[in-house]
Design a protein around this ligand. Structure first.
Ligand code: FAD
Ligand code: N01
Length: 589
């Protein structure tokens, strides 16, 4: 055990050496390896640009992967369908969009210079500010020349003879690379529900996950909004402030905690900047990668009065740290009920009309089992004269017509409709790409009954294809930037190892993958997460298999496992020095 922890520490120190060696302050291109693959080559008569790594997506994951790959001396290209960097924060431009992890934490930690010089103006950063930050990072590290914008990857196929990925785009371009990194995002495939007549609507339809770049004026308009998840809860107060009348079409009410956003306090910012690296390290030791006040007792282990005081304290402080009040809120149904009931009482207090309050009160799932929301005057919005809550449970939408929405026996005339209907999460962006692995196996076919990966990082049958924050990793249950940094560093280390040992390919073994998926399933079953019909389970997408996708065992445990796997010679992966089909021919000979 002692030796293993030593090796794990040594393995992790690689990242810090890498960070230090290639930090902003020292950004000369150093060559860890001699790369030769900058020439264009011909593939099936077409010219394909050849490089070491193709990265799909220029959100925080893709940008950091590019940064590390280039600084390792590898040639890399990022392919991005958007016209700019930022991913989530490029697309989700709806009014009210902001982060619910504090801005001092929701940022990269890999460059001390970057984290010192960037100034966040609010406790929780708004979408425009996070997008500005992404652009700043891209410029600071000179990432833009290696990103192909306005280009969608349509196909990625593993060429067995050469052990290379051939990546095709909707622009007719092709890229050939040793390694392909899918940095396509967990929440990047916006989901539009199939509602009869939706395409006949005469007014404009906006999806929160694909909001227009130009200003959208809603003043004097009758606006409908469908969906009351995190996006709906953020956009609804903003729409209500602009619209002549807002109709909120709600199927399931959600738990939300006041964010209590405020301007950045200079002393608070300085206290972080004085000890950024220590705080980042502590954050990495917390289950969600967020430095927070984590209760270590059971909610049932303290007297009722003390418990309520703790909830009140957290409610007043604001933010999603509310569910960290006690250690067992997501494990013990009785403990969870105490927190859920506290929030239900607050909703009843805030919303003046008791029948509206009742409709807004979540009763069908444990608090936190769906992604907890953070809001700014969400429940208060329903006290406004110009806001009507339409309960779709009793009055389901029958159709959309050119004039508006028919629900139950009522008709709502609308000028525009906002869809806050979420995403095909975790697998959606990947399943839109025709990914073909060894012997013609497609990822779509392999994942027909649910996504199978080893550590969320690789899937058996798809050598040299890495996924950042893939299903089977903690990803969406964390401060995602921390999860991204850890995954990307692991991938970089893995590629460095392959170069060191002259490995042509690395691939997850079937048995390691099966064992890992069993572990992912088991830990989820030990929690209350599986008791909600959430996108974590994929049940928001018709026909998608109901499988709990993220790993709920916590970031530190996950990272420890990833590190141990690596120091143990990439246990659970096979590494070959020849291409898989040459090896197969040798075995068969
Ligand atoms: P993304 O940012 O999704 O980037 C993926 C990129 O890949 C996109 O730009 C996309 O266009 C591109 N892409 C996908 N498929 C293709 C293709 N086939 N070809 C070319 N390009 C492609 N996380 C938190 O931790 N805290 C928060 O407070 C938080 N708030 C959020 C708020 C919203 C509204 C949403 C939607 C998500 C939020 N998240 C939050 C999660 C957020 O997605 C991550 O924090 C993070 O931004 C993900 O970065 P990424 O690079 O992995 O993916
Ligand atoms: O999506 P969601 P989201 N008819 O799936 C409803 C992150 N995020 O975009 O619950 C009627 O949560 C659906 O109803 P129901 C965060 O991780 C973070 O809001 O299925 N209604 C639900 O109300 C988050 O979890 C922030 O009954 C339909 C809503 O649409 C994730 O992104 C902000 C319907 C979808 O909710 C996704 O959030 C924003 C239909 N046919 C997003 N189809 C932060 O603040 C769907 N709905 C950090």
């Amino acid at each position: 055990m002692g030796r293993l922890s030593f090796l794990v520490r040594a393995h992790r120190s690689f990242f810090w050496q890498l960070r230090d060696a290639y930090s902003a302050e020292n950004l000369q291109r150093k060559q860890l390896v001699q790369h030769t693959d900058v020439l264009d080559g011909r593939v099936d008569g077409e010219v394909a640009r050849s490089c070491d790594v193709v990265i799909v997506g220029a959100g925080f994951a893709g940008m950091y992967m590019l940064y590390l790959a280039r600084n390792m001396g590898l040639t890399a290209v990022v392919i991005e369908s958007a016209s700019g960097v930022g991913g989530t924060w490029f697309w989700n431009r709806y009014p009210g969009a902001r982060c619910d992890v504090e801005s001092m934490q929701y940022s990269y930690s890999f460059s001390e210079e970057l984290q010192q010089e960037w100034h966040w103006t609010e406790r929780y950063a708004s979408q425009p500010e996070i997008l500005a930050y992404a652009n700043y990072v891209a410029k600071k590290f000179d990432l833009l020349p290696d990103i192909k914008f306005n280009t969608r990857v349509t196909r990625a196929a593993f060429q067995e003879e050469e052990s290379r990925w051939l990546v095709s785009t909707d622009q007719g371009t092709q890229y050939q690379a040793k390694w392909c990194v899918m940095a396509t995002g967990c929440l990047s495939a916006a989901q539009t529900p199939k509602i009869p007549g939706l395409d006949t609507f005469d007014g404009r339809i906006y999806h929160t996950g694909n909001w227009p770049h130009e200003a959208v004026s809603l003043s004097g308009k009758k606006v409908g909004v469908l969906g009351t998840g995190s996006s709906g809860i953020q956009v609804i107060p903003e729409l209500a402030a602009q619209a002549k009348h807002l109709y909120v079409f709600q199927r399931t009410p959600n738990f939300s905690i006041p964010a209590r956003n405020k301007p950045m306090d200079a002393e608070y910012e300085n206290s972080w900047k004085r000890s950024y690296s220590e705080r980042r390290e502590k954050a990495r030791s917390m289950p969600a990668g967020i430095l927070c006040d984590l209760g270590d007792k059971s909610a049932l282990a303290v007297p009722a009065e003390e418990r309520v005081q703790e909830y009140q304290r957290r409610w007043a402080a604001g933010g999603t740290g509310f569910t960290a009040a006690f250690a067992d809120l997501l494990k013990n149904a009785e403990s969870n009920r105490t927190a859920a009931e506290f929030v239900r009482e607050r909703i009843r207090e805030v919303v003046k009309d008791p029948s509206v309050a009742e409709l807004l009160t979540p009763v069908d799932h444990p608090i936190g089992a769906k992604r907890i929301c953070a809001d700014t005057r969400y429940f208060e919005t329903f006290n406004r004269e110009n806001v009507t809550l339409v309960d779709l449970r009793t009055n389901p939408i029958s159709e959309v017509t050119p004039e508006g929405v028919a629900a139950g026996s009522d008709f709502y005339e609308l000028d525009c409709l906002v869809l806050a209907t979420g995403f095909d999460a975790m697998t959606g962006a990947l399943s839109k790409i025709d990914i073909v692995g060894r012997q013609g196996l497609t990822l779509k076919e392999k994942w027909r009954d649910g996504p199978n990966t080893f550590l969320g990082l690789m899937s058996a049958g798809f050598p040299n294809l890495f996924i950042v924050t893939g299903p089977g990793s903690p990803s969406v249950l964390t401060n995602v930037i921390v999860a991204i940094e850890d995954n990307v560093q692991w991938i970089a280390r893995c590629i460095a190892h392959l170069i060191e040992v002259d490995g042509r390919y690395i691939e997850a073994t079937q048995s390691a993958e099966e064992q890992w998926m069993e572990q992912v399933r088991k830990v989820a079953e030990g929690t209350l997460y599986t008791q909600a019909k959430s996108w974590y389970l994929g049940v928001n997408i018709p026909g998608k298999p109901a499988v709990f996708m993220p790993y709920v065992g916590g970031l530190p445990t996950y990272q420890q496992i990833c590190d141990e796997v690596a120091v143990d010679g990439y246990r659970g992966f096979s590494i070959g020095t020849q291409s898989p089909c040459v090896e197969r021919r040798q075995v068969n000979a």
